[in-house]
Design a protein around this ligand. Sequence first.
Ligand code: ADP
Ligand code: MG
Length: 584
Amino acid sequence: MSNIKILPEIISNKIAAGEVIERPASAVKELVENALDAKSTKILIEVEKGGRLLIRISDNGTGMDRDDAILCIERFATSKIRNDFDLFSINTLGFRGEALASISSVSKFTLVTNNDTSKPGTKIVIAGGIIKQVLDIGSPVGTMITVENLFYNIPARRKFLKTVSTELNHIKETVSSIAAGWPNVNFKLQHNGKTLNNWAVTSDHVERITSILGSSVTNELIQIKSCDNLVSGWISSPRVTRSTARGIYIFVNGRLIHDRVMQHALIEGYKESLMKGQFPLAVLFLSVPFDQVDVNVHPKKNEVRFANSLKAYESIKQTVLKTLRIFNKPHFTNPQESSYEKNNTISSLSNKTNLKKTDVVFSEYVKSNTKKIPFNPDSTYRQKTFSNEDSFRDLRVIGQLHNTYILCENAEGLILIDQHAAHERILLERFKQSLKDSKIAVQKLLVPETIELGYKEVDVITELIPDFSKLGFDIEPFGGNTFIVKSTPLLLADKEIKPIIFEMVEKIAEIGLPLNLSKTLDKCIALMSCHGAIKAKQPLSEKQIQSLLCQLDECDNPSNCSHGRPTWIKLSTKFFEKSFNRII
Ligand code: ADP
Ligand code: MG
């Protein structure tokens, strides 16, 4: 006769309960997570005698119908996954289908639930895993689960429970740490009928976090966000510290986890700012694609395995490090005000579309030895730009910042123009227009330039010689890999010609033969504009600035360079008034 026996379900549930439910706080965690998965916005947690006597969680979530209510207390009964594919893309807190089975096998358990206001709800009473009663009962939509006398049928386990105040502290910690990640849910915790916490729904996450971490972090929380959006949250300034890591909460896709490695990453980020043995406070949120994190690592589901844990580690560490470096520097602007400015008032023009051109102006930008054709202000219809009537030329020029940005003012505030980006846009539009009109102005080189190319580039340039000539480059083969350049576009008159041709040929070789002509010309024009444009860190005279502004007015789209970056930004007067507390 075989010695090995399959255990009855009641015993296996009790064994499972040993893993999942260690103490009243673990039951609270599972039941609150179920309420969150059921999309509740209001969760009441009532406990008596530290949860040893009673735990009751009531929620206003979706609730269950009678059939589901009977099923949900079965082991491996879950509505959250269906197949093993789902198991690797879990977006709920629960998924193992064992919490209710476990809890109800080691307590006196009552479930009241309803998912339909027009029907009665269901009440199920269970003791030690055995269903005692199932009946219809009047109930609002939502679920209420009462767990009495936890471990009453496992004396060995009950005896390990600690004092009322210790167990209550664990429950407080559980509820508050979950609440830190769910500001849009109202959590209320009561002990022996007395309300200990009542966190109202808030759209201000900082408010929720401050009420959980304590008033010492008021005005001391720094928002962090990694470039890859993997990590976000709030960390305490190095002025506020603790002697333990208990003020650190890490959520992965909404799930609170205990992960020493990620905690270490955070602390490493503070390396330059904290003394040894001190810990920061933090609420971190990691959003990881669901298939990049395995949550089925531990029955309590408070550990996860990352597909790429080094990436998460580095992302936390570097984001914290960089944020604190900025924070620790003396700053002249109040960061909140400048982020206000960023979100609300820095504006740049979107494409100008209805600007009509009647005339193509070939005025050269700064070359004194080229002929300047006077700009004709009446030749364009202008669209509203910075304010009702303004155009670039009407701005009052204040000067240059770092020889890179042109500072201007108008009635609305300060306008900063990126001189390179702006000139690049001007040249781009001019090249395009003159190519269209087959009117590229050229200049003959006194001394032709010779260039030598690699074998790949030789094929490209040989094929492109006629197109280059349309762009104003007169190039001839000189035998082998050598070519001579006899003339260049006038707009590139004072520029070094070799790097421009090298880059054009290289870029086109990258696209590969056979060539798409319009794509090729576009690429060439973009490169010519970039090379031809005045650079950053180049001092400009007042006249040159004025000329640039006039030429910007001529552009169809003066607000973006050929790479799509803005050519100008505006800092509104309102921003300054707010920053100087002239207005609130
Ligand atoms: P899991 O959460 O892993 O699915 P549980 O044993 O915790 O397993 O719950 C079993 C099922 O019971 C859940 O999948 C869900 O469908 C249902 N359920 C549990 N609690 C609630 C609740 N508060 N509101 C609505 N449905 C619930
Ligand atoms: Mg669950």
